[in-house]
Design a protein around this ligand. Sequence first.
Ligand code: FAD
Length: 499
Amino acid sequence: MGRAAWDDEYEMVVAGSGAGAMTGALAAASNGLRTVVLEKTGLLGGTSAYSGSAIWLPGTRVQERADIGDSAEGARAYLRALLGDEAAAHREAFLSTAPELVEFLEKNPAIEFEWRAFPDYYAAPGRLEMGRSFVPPDLPVERLGLLAGLVRPPVDRDRAGRGHSASRPMAQGRSLIGRLLLAIVATGNGEIRTETPLTGLIMEDGRVAGVEAGGLRLRASRGVLLAAGGFEASASLRAERGVPGGAHLTMAPDGANTGDAIAAAVRVGASTGLLDQAWFCPGVLTPDGRPAFTLGFRGGLIVDGSGRRFANESLPYDRMGRRMADARAPFHLVWDTRFDGLPAISVPPLTPDEQLASGAWVQADTLDELAGRLGLPAEALAATVERFNGFAGKGADEDFHRGEDPYDLYFSGGRSCVVAVDRPPYFAAAVVLSDLGTKGGLRIDPDGRVLDGSDRPIPGLYAAGNTSASFTGPVYPGPGVPIGSAMAFAYRAAQHIST
Ligand code: FAD
């Protein structure tokens, strides 16, 4: 019996449309390959579009222009101190690709970047205290024309079912995805298909020859790049793999990233790793029960279910999330009138009046009353706040060393972030363990080739971003590592497919 016919034929098929997918598609299309991007939902960009679009690709012309003293050597020392030499080959591939990738991208008239201060997350050799990540500038919506409607809007507007603001440029992740989209379209070799979920991989003669997607059979004569996010939105996979948090508490777009691409690859023999890991963060609960990614605490304190502090609240968010995973829920952020609203940054931004009116935030004239309303032991909460206020007076957090690291101080503009909570009324918000996506998935080699259980590449199959197991293991080294590493390995995959 002959083989079933193809509905369409491409040289490279990319599943997903986050920063990695779009970078891989751009590289392949620029190399002259007939390329298609398959996106499950009606909008492009996934979590990448929600993101701040910080990109951690060290030692490139962007950092050189900013004259911040970055180098591949410095980044190598930093990564080595954090990760050891376990993923040395991936680390070296990442470091050597970063300058080439950024040069390739910035040659494109649609793409530019600028360094933005944001400290690396660990005190380790090679750290840059003001960071090495960069971002794309805002993108005027008019530059995208009709394509603008294809880019996923910011998280608050998207959750409310609204499109982009007509009066504001596309910022952050929307700018990154918008720019990559413009560049792909301009190659003349890139096609975009939304509402076309990848459901399976088609093998022929021991290699991946195409995909099943949206009821179609699409040929990929050179290769398939799986960059369709992690499985953060799958409650069952999270439970099976023991990922702390919850599918309803992830910051990824509702229901999109359910691990489809990982499952499809596993069915053709791919191996997986790090499946219990995510890029964690604290999330302040909003009235609809969804979290707002919260970082940069410049005041307030967070208590656990016993009314006690359990960590330095100003820790980089993934590190704080990991402390939460080990601590006793529920968690509450407590602050006072010294701050006009949340003493932290939240994505989406939260308006105090709305949060208080909805009951998501609680207000009380005394700590006793606050404890009662939160269901916390009143004596413990009072003792915790008194001890914390003592630390504020001394300027030293003797329990958790908050405020001793440049990261902690960055968000308070260099002032102490251990600020007394003693000016009633008091406020409290529920804080949950959230995430920016899972980071375990398909094991890849340094060229992004998906490995089978015997460490052999599966011919024709590549992965990047949260579909792959991150080379950073359980560590989140600095701002922009999820997107920077997704872009680097997707680019390497595209180059490998093109040769
Ligand atoms: P995504 O960007 O989520 O893309 C996956 C895409 O694949 C989605 O569009 C999805 O719909 C699609 N898809 C899923 N299944 C299928 C299927 N079967 N077929 C086809 N398509 C499918 N990281 C940084 O590095 N820098 C930052 O500044 C940063 N800021 C952040 C701020 C916020 C508010 C959030 C929420 C996250 C942030 N992150 C940041 C984290 C980062 O955005 C994500 O970890 C990263 O973008 C994930 O990229 P990805 O390509 O793996 O997945």
